[in-house]
Ligand binder design. Structure first.
Ligand code: UDP
Ligand code: MG
Length: 313
């Protein structure tokens, strides 16, 4: 049995040595399994690639694929899934927030045959800014209402999967990738392991609030067309309202003929209001259109600059 560990790395020179040490310790202990570490260097600007080369030199389990530039964690994970050969495949962060020591327990669950994947979720949002927690909760509430993917609050990307599940993920080849949605959408039987959030061992998180916000919007658009339904609903609603207003104005003009010109303020209000709504709706449609445009171009998800794997895809 081979276990592949996919590790996306972006500027992780400080955390990688800790990670490598921890993961080799676990791999050495699990003697009945073979391991391959598949580090994906996502265009790091520090010494990450040098470190990966040195791991590969002294350890044949350590392999790496280095991108030609930063393509994002989603692309890095996809590259990992496309290249991993293992019977079991796991995605882990390089910052030790996904403790390798959980691996033996996760493998046991898969071995029992009852589950296709073992995933981790943190059960508290302790140590996170209040505002961020609030928005995160709102996000999960809304997206679970409006999409058919089952997206779990607090789920991390750290999970161990069986081969069929990995193949299913690889078959979802969309270029705008929202992994939490993809994992939820493909289904399969998942065992959830709750655990307390762990701070990163070294270095800094790459997620700013605005990045997270953008990611959330992408999630909505990738996994739901509810915003489009909302836009059409709004259109119907406004049409009905304007028809009633039209009748009112028409009948009033017949019943109380009034020659004085008035109603400037109300006219401006109506114009501004409708103008605003139209721009909003156009914006929503534009978002879907731009996503469609990007998908139809079929650009590669990532470009490999350097690797020590002979058959890297
Ligand atoms: N990462 C990546 N490409 C990016 C950003 C992040 O490969 O553009 C990697 C990063 O090196 C780490 C993992 O994705 O191994 C998670 O990143 P981070 O720890 O910053 O996110 P958080 O754990 O705070 O959600
Ligand atoms: Mg992290």
């Amino acid at each position: 049995m081979l276990i592949s560990l996919i590790v996306p790395c972006y500027n992780e020179e400080e955390a990688l040595p800790f990670f490598y040490e921890a993961v080799t310790k676990v791999a050495d202990e699990m003697k009945e399994y073979e391991f391959e570490y598949l580090f994906i260097n996502d265009g790091s600007k520090d010494k990450t690639l040098e470190l990966l080369r040195s791991f590969a030199e002294k350890d044949k389990r350590a392999t790496y694929i280095s991108f030609s530039r930063n393509f994002g964690k989603e692309a890095a994970m996809y590259a990992g899934f496309c290249n991993a050969k293992g019977d079991y495949v796991a995605v882990m962060d390089a910052d030790m927030q996904d403790p390798p020591s959980l691996l033996p327990e996760m493998v046991e669950y898969l071995k029992s045959g009852e589950y296709d994947s073992v995933a981790t979720r943190r059960f508290t949002r302790k140590g996170e800014p209040k505002l961020r927690s609030f928005f995160a909760r709102m996000f999960y509430k809304i997206i679970n209402k409006i999409s058919d993917a089952d997206i779990v609050d607090g789920a991390r990307d750290f999970r161990l999967m069986t081969r069929p599940m990995v193949d299913a993920i690889v078959s979802m080849s969309e270029s705008s990738r929202f992994s939490k949605g993809i994992f939820g959408w493909i289904g399969f039987r998942t065992k959830w392991l709750p655990y307390e959030n762990i701070e990163r061992v070294a270095g800094k998180t790459k997620w700013s609030f605005s990045k997270l916000f953008k990611y959330a919007i992408d999630g909505f658009i990738d996994f739901s067309d509810a915003p489009l339904t909302f836009v059409s609903g709004l259109g119907v609603f406004m049409t009905v309202i304007s028809f009633i207003a039209l009748l009112f104005v028409f009948i009033r003009a017949l019943v109380v003929p009034d020659t004085s010109v008035g109603g400037w303020a109300s006219t401006i209000c109506v114009i501004l209001f409708l103008g605003g709504i139209q721009l909003l709706c156009l914006g929503i449609i534009g978002k879907y259109l731009s996503k469609t445009y990007r998908e139809v171009k079929h650009r590669p998800h990532y470009l490999v600059g350097e690797t020590n794997r002979r058959d890297a895809k």
